[in-house]
Design a protein around this ligand. Structure first.
Ligand SMILES: C[S@@+](CC[C@H](N)C(=O)[O-])C[C@H]1O[C@@H](n2cnc3c(N)ncnc32)[C@H](O)[C@@H]1O
Length: 413
């Protein structure tokens, strides 16, 4: 279904808010660090002197420098907005309608970059610029940590824990396919984040398509994959924004360089692409995606992004080819639980998810629990470990016919 004018306006509004967040990063983050500085001056002189001896103010100055380095790096990421059909950052920001956006859930209907947009009948430009919220900034700071996960040497342990078992399972399932025929196997990675898992799969010779709907992720993965040719070309400071749980100064001010591999090293005949848009809108539409189109679907920390997991599993089942495999790893951190946007959210436990998958027509095997972190600062005094659930699943039958609730609708109260 072609996007309506309203869809396009909403798309541009969300995109402009993201660009504005990138552009406001330095100002916002320096102000947050300056709050620490101001608080020191509120202390009694004796206390200030003691902190001075610790070098606390010097640390704040170092944090400022790190923020400025980050700002320069982030500005490079948004220096080219052409992939979204906008010629300049100014144009991208000018599309802002000035409203705060609570969640970055864009609803692109477009399946291919670049998104087209007509200047003549585009939305009227109101110059009330978006002011990024703490929520927006948090998304941006998370993007920096996500870069560590996907594209740095420091992210290797996380990738080893989460991506490796998935890749091994893929190879295992298609072990009858010779390496030079792997391109005939079509692999889909929904919720691809910054694209490393999808990239690795393409590098292994499979035909691979990632799907992602966050503009933070899309802009950043585009920059890494298409604009970065040199290993360790970019350096930034992902952990400079919080001083909590830091064992020492180094843990806050550690520099990380990306990428650990040259993304341009993919063979020229590799079949690798990322499709922008909402998984349910793109792959839930039988006219846009044929039944049984994908030989393998790899969901990594993805299924809990569902509002309605029933619909996610139905789609996965419908688009998986007979004899194909769905490989999953992740926790059940239901993303829409306790949302403040009146969106529905179904929050099953793990047993219920597996029972539902079986009922829909999957046979689950190779079940395992894999301890793994997610965008973890290895030096922090605090670390979350997920007992992530891993499985491979094959299609055993036709799903039960969909009922009325397969359509995700916003709830009205
Ligand atoms: C927890 S992250 C995992 C990212 C990546 N798979 C990884 O393991 O690093 C979930 C990703 O799914 C994306 N996502 C969430 N809902 C989506 C949807 N409906 N369609 C496409 N992508 C979605 C998010 O933007 C985010 O990048």
């Amino acid at each position: 279904m072609a996007p309506t004018k309203e869809d396009m306006m909403e798309e541009h509004r969300v995109f402009s808010a993201v660009i504005s967040t990138f552009n406001n990063y330095a100002h916002y983050s320096l102000a947050a660090n300056n709050r620490r500085r101001k608080d020191v001056y509120l202390l009694a002189k004796g206390d200030q002197d003691l902190l001075d001896k610790l070098g606390y103010k010097h640390k704040l100055d170092e944090a400022d420098k790190a923020i400025l380095v980050n700002a320069q790096f982030l500005s490079e990421i948004v220096s080219d907005t052409k992939i979204f059909g906008l010629e300049s950052q100014e144009e991208a920001e000018d599309f802002g309608m000035g409203a705060e956006h609570g969640q970055t859930h864009s609803h692109s209907h477009s399946q291919d970059l670049p998104h087209s947009h007509s200047h003549s009948d585009g939305p009227s430009k109101r110059h009330s610029k978006h002011r990024p919220s703490e929520f927006d900034m948090d998304k941006l700071r998370s993007t920096l940590k996500q870069l560590v996960r996907d594209w740095s040497e420091e992210g290797q342990p996380e990738r080893e824990a989460a991506y490796k078992p998935m890749k091994d399972a893929l190879v295992q399932h298609f072990s009858h396919v010779p390496v030079d025929a792997r391109h005939t196997i079509k692999v889909l990675v929904p919720g691809a984040g910054l694209g490393r898992l999808a990239y690795d799969i393409a590098k292994m010779g499979y035909s691979c398509r990632g799907n992602e709907f966050s503009h933070y992720m899309l802009l950043t993965s585009y920059f890494v994959l298409n604009k970065t040719t040199e290993i360790k070309k970019h350096t930034f400071y992902p952990y400079v924004h919080s001083f909590s749980n830091a064992p020492n100064r180094q843990s806050i001010l550690q520099a990380v360089s990306i990428p650990d591999v040259a993304p341009s090293d993919l063979p020229s005949d590799a079949d690798f692409s990322l499709v922008a848009g909402d998984f349910e809108e793109i792959f839930g539409d039988p006219e846009a995606t044929e039944d049984g189109d994908w030989d393998a679907i790899m969901t990594c920390f993805f299924i809990d992004t569902a509002k309605n997991i029933v619909n996610y599993l139905r789609i996965l089942h419908r688009i998986l080819a007979p004899g194909g495999v769905w490989i999953n790893i992740g926790p059940l951190l239901w993303h829409w639980e306790n949302n403040n946007t009146n969106d529905l959210s179904v929050e099953l436990d793990l047993e219920e998810v597996k029972t539902l998958a079986r009922t829909i027509g999957f046979e689950i095997s190779n079940e395992a629990t894999i301890p793994t972190t997610y965008t973890n600062n290895a030096q922090s005094m605090l670390g979350y470990v997920y007992n992530a659930s891993f499985w491979t699943a094959t299609k055993i039958g036709d799903p039960a016919p969909p009922r009325a609730l397969t359509h995700i609708a916003q709830r009205d109260y």
